[in-house]
Design a protein. Structure first.
Length: 367
């Protein structure tokens, strides 16, 4: 009896111990954090497959193309728009000029008596309230305009240019084609008081039925560098100051390293646009030396623009000697470096100065 009784007691104690152990295990299991499952990557000896995903960086120029005038990336519709090339009076009585700081390319060349005249090429002009003052044509200017497939704007012309202007080889807005596109301002003496507005020129171009987009076979005048790989002309000479050597207005440029621009001066002071009160400045300067003779009137210049010659390309604080070539009268002028490669311009505005060979020593490029 005692044996059976003791056996029951021991069995009860054993069951109690099992219950307590079970409770302890349950509590521990409940409070224990589940360890993360380990993923084991297995590969067979024969084949190992690696998949890589490459994320292409977004194109900052998506939907845009380079401008034929500046090389900057602009809207495709704007890039197709044909520019205008306007004859700008540069005599001191016509200073300050209006609207000229909006031009993307500017040509300057001498006319009679050592004065210079400018041709300003615009692709955004419709909103300009005043452009000018506008002066007459010399034969070499519409030929420059044709190199850019531009509509040439002038008022009056040399008799030596008249046949070319009437030949149909250049589209013009002028007194010959649409005098209504121009007006005269009070406060300035004629002939230095003739102006146009962008709206009037746009209206005139439409009335004359000129094509407003580039010709389908036009592929630009210059090649331009990309922003991330600018032209430095490391082997060129330092060019912080450039004097053009023209006899009357004595223009010069000063390089602003911080902005990467050449700021223009003439007649002893800053060259200012009175519409914006901004000084003219350029990323690129091209100086082209040419031969010139006089027409039978003994005053009008006849410039030799075909063949070849020398010059300078100046950008980013340095200058290099170049050569130019033009194979036919209505062709494009090409500019080459010392290795015979066409020069590449930095993005931005360009100034092209035409200088007679006899005055080439007047051009000064200095540190």
């Amino acid at each position: 009896m005692n044996y059976l009784k003791n056996k029951k007691v021991l069995a009860g104690i054993g069951i109690g111990i099992l219950v307590i152990v079970g409770i302890i295990v349950a509590v521990v299991a409940f409070g224990k954090k589940e360890e993360p499952k380990k993923v084991v990557e297995t590969t067979t000896p024969e084949v190992t497959t690696v998949e890589e995903t490459t994320i292409e960086p977004e194109d900052p120029h998506k939907g845009k193309v380079q401008s034929y005038l500046t090389g900057e990336y602009i809207d495709k519709k704007q890039a197709k728009k044909r520019p205008i090339a306007v004859m700008i009076n540069n005599i001191q009585d016509a200073i300050p000029q209006s609207g000229i700081s909006s031009a993307k390319v500017i040509y300057e060349a001498p006319v009679e008596g050592g004065i210079t005249r400018m041709m300003a090429i615009f692709d955004e002009y419709e909103d300009l309230k005043r452009i000018g003052s506008i002066r007459s044509c010399r034969l070499y200017y519409p030929k420059f305009a044709n190199e850019w497939n531009a509509i040439y704007v002038h008022f009056g012309q040399s008799k030596y240019a008249l046949d070319f202007l009437r030949s149909g080889k250049v589209n013009t807005v002028s007194a010959l084609t649409r005098e209504a596109s121009f007006y005269r301002e009070s406060g300035k003496v004629a002939p230095h008081n003739l102006y146009a507005t962008g709206a009037k020129l746009k209206e005139g171009i439409k009335a004359l039925g000129y094509e407003t987009k580039y010709d389908s076979d036009y592929d630009g005048h210059f090649a331009f560098a990309q922003e991330e790989e600018p032209v430095t002309l490391e082997d060129g000479k330092k060019a912080n100051s450039v004097q053009m050597g023209y006899l009357i207005n004595h223009p010069w440029f000063e390089y602003n390293k911080e902005k990467g621009q050449y700021y223009r001066f003439q007649y002893g002071g800053k060259h200012i646009d009175d519409l914006t009160n901004k000084q003219l400045h350029f990323s690129n300067i091209i100086i082209q030396f040419v031969d010139a003779t006089l027409y039978p009137d003994n005053k009008s210049l006849n410039m030799t623009l075909t063949g070849s010659g020398s010059g300078w390309y100046i950008t980013a604080g340095r200058a290099e000697k170049i050569t130019w070539k033009k194979n036919k009268d209505l062709g494009q002028t090409s500019y080459y470096d010392a290795s015979g490669e066409k020069i590449i311009l930095n993005q931005g505005k360009t100034y092209i100065g035409i200088v007679q060979n006899e005055y080439s020593d007047n051009v000064k490029i200095s540190k």
